[in-house]
Design a protein around this ligand. Structure first.
Ligand code: ADP
Ligand code: TRP
Length: 322
């Protein structure tokens, strides 16, 4: 089984990325042949600072490695090291109905907010489909916000296969329901673009401050809170604390007597400890300055072996080249 996923280098990785995509992706390393990449072409639709893109690419890759992505088990690469994917974007884009892309959430949200979307944002799902199809991927571990993109990929693959004959594997999304959408500090989906994140490797003081300033309601500590399970901090605590600990805090909130400040402090401690080993590993990896670059370069070579074959297949069936 071929497993593939990517992450955009548009900011510091957060615990929504971790629980929604990185952790499942890391666990899948023993279940199949994994291809993971930093989607720097995709980041061009939202970020226009070249130095920032390079920095986030390097740091996101380092973070992923520190969290347990093992380059001996997985092929880990930078999307733009394989420009083949942009050719496949054109090949499949020529069959992609405009209506399908007009229904894509990313594009629709931009329009709804009164923004002027560019061609890259409109074509974003086609590039993502090319990522997935280029590696004959069967399974795509992602958070719920990416489900529609995998469905668009399936539609494109099916249409291409009907038009030119069996060429592409039709992939399935792998979405963990319990962590499908991790809430941010403001209760919306945690996202790099909303400024509501808890970073995996954030600065201790800054993260403590961010967590302690999560806005709660004005009920007194003594008041029973029957809606404890809807509390953002309880939801976040469930991710980083053992089940019985999180359940105990929820019970105390429900019964009354637990203040929000104490709950937030407990969450901070569990969050900080949860990533302690990864933090130490990150510091170790950082000591070898070239390590990340070597891993990505090696990954690109291994990725190319597959990409070249699939691209040649797509070119052949569609009558391109000699
Ligand atoms: P962001 O929204 O922060 O820019 P990305 O779009 O780069 O994050 O997402 C990378 C991966 O992390 C995707 O698989 C996405 O579904 C997942 N992900 C992002 N935010 C969350 C979240 N709040 N909860 C669960 N998964 C998430
Ligand atoms: N669009 C994805 C995101 O924002 C990142 C991504 C790009 C991706 N190409 C992919 C994810 C292919 C899975 C498969 O999270």
């Amino acid at each position: 089984m071929r497993i593939l996923s990517g992450i955009q280098p548009s900011g510091a990785l957060h615990i929504g990325n971790y629980f929604g995509m990185m952790k499942p992706a890391i666990e899948l390393q023993t279940k199949g042949e994994c291809y993971y990449f930093i989607a720097d072409y995709h980041s061009m639709t939202s970020l226009t600072d070249a130095a920032e893109r390079r920095r986030h690419t390097r740091e996101n890759a380092l973070d992923f490695l520190a969290c347990g992505l093992d380059p001996k088990k997985s092929v880990f690469f930078r999307q733009s090291d394989l420009p083949e994917v942009t050719e496949l974007t054109w090949i499949i884009g020529a069959l992609t109905p405009v209506g399908l892309l007009e229904r894509a959430h990313g594009y629709k949200d931009k329009l709804a907010k009164g923004g002027a979307p560019n061609f890259g944002l409109f074509a974003y799902p086609v590039l993502m489909a090319a990522d997935i199809l280029l590696y004959d991927s069967n399974l795509v571990p992602v958070g719920r916000d990416q489900k529609q993109h995998v469905e668009i990929t399936r539609d494109i693959a099916i249409k291409f296969n009907q038009t030119y004959g069996e060429t592409f594997v039709v992939p399935e999304p792998d979405i963990r329901e319990e962590v499908a959408t991790v809430p941010g500090t403001d209760g919306q989906k945690m996202s790099k673009s909303y400024g509501n994140t808890i970073e995996i490797f954030g600065d201790e003081k800054a993260m403590r401050k961010r967590i302690m300033s999560i806005v709660m309601d004005s009920r007194t500590p003594q008041e029973p809170k029957p809606d404890a399970d809807k509390n953002i901090v309880i939801q976040l605590l469930k991710l980083v604390a053992p089940n019985d600990v999180a359940a105990d805090f929820a019970n105390r909130l429900r019964a009354g007597g637990l203040g929000y400040g104490d709950l937030k402090k407990a969450f901070f401690e569990h969050y900080w400890n949860y990533f302690a080993a990864a933090r130490a590993r990150r510091a170790e990896l950082l000591a070898n300055r070239d390590y990340v670059e070597q891993v990505l370069r090696d990954g690109a070579g291994r990725a190319r072996a597959v990409a070249a074959k699939v691209l040649a297949r797509a070119r052949k069936v569609s009558g391109l080249g000699s």
